[in-house]
Design a protein around this ligand. Sequence first.
Ligand code: NDP
Length: 244
Amino acid sequence: MTENKVILVTGGSRGIGENIVKELAKQGHKVILNYNKSEEKAKKIKKELEIDNYQIEIFRADVTKREEVSNMIKFCIKTFGKIDVLINNAGISQIKMFTDITNEDWENMIQTNLTSCFYTIQEALKYMINEKNGCIINISSIWGTIGGSCEVHYSAAKAGLQGMTKALAKELGPSNIRVNCIAPGIIDTDMNSKLNEQDIENIKEEIPLEKIGKPENITCCVKWLIEDEYTTGQTIQINGGWAV
Ligand code: NDP
């Protein structure tokens, strides 16, 4: 088992983030769950984990707002004295023809899925660089790697995250800070709740492993990236073979 770390997970109230929070807390890490709108869910997760004496705090911050992100990192330092791992998981998606995307849709997508990571990483680095230690994991998407039709703004933001990861890995390597990306395929969460049964069946037919992923498939990789000390600048594809 790895040494206990202080880990911040953005968008930890639901889906993939929720699973990451729960599993890392159960490994003995000190976890801060960031949420924005799902306050009741965040409180419920904290309560559940605290019954078993796991260490968890929750913090509401809209990751698209620099000041709220800055306050969240300060809270992390005040509460646990440091930040070892930052997991940029918060995100939104939208399915729309490129010609129908409005300025507002575009801004919202880039702000939530890409600019938010500029904010969280810059704020976290204020502490990580001094420590000469850190691990940053960005949750991108298969569409950031191969492009998704009717998700151009989402694909652009997630591709941006992959570029940011590579560049940061080079810049931060000498400070002993590792930066990696995970690019999930389709994972069973609220994000895909608009897909009907037939849509899901059609997608399964395109996936060599013939199934939809689960949040724990992503958590498994997150745990490994936290533990391994020689991987940086990578985008790890977890998609059942959907894009090979
Ligand atoms: P969900 O829709 O289930 O959950 C999204 C999470 O992001 C929620 O916890 C939500 O918090 C949080 N969030 C959204 N906007 C903000 C914001 N402005 N500030 C803070 N938190 C915010 O999504 P998933 O769990 O499916 O997705 C997690 C990540 O994985 C995303 O980055 C997504 O793009 C990526 N991904 C998902 C795939 C999938 O098939 N599910 C495939 C590929 C990538 P709250 O409810 O509290 O507002």
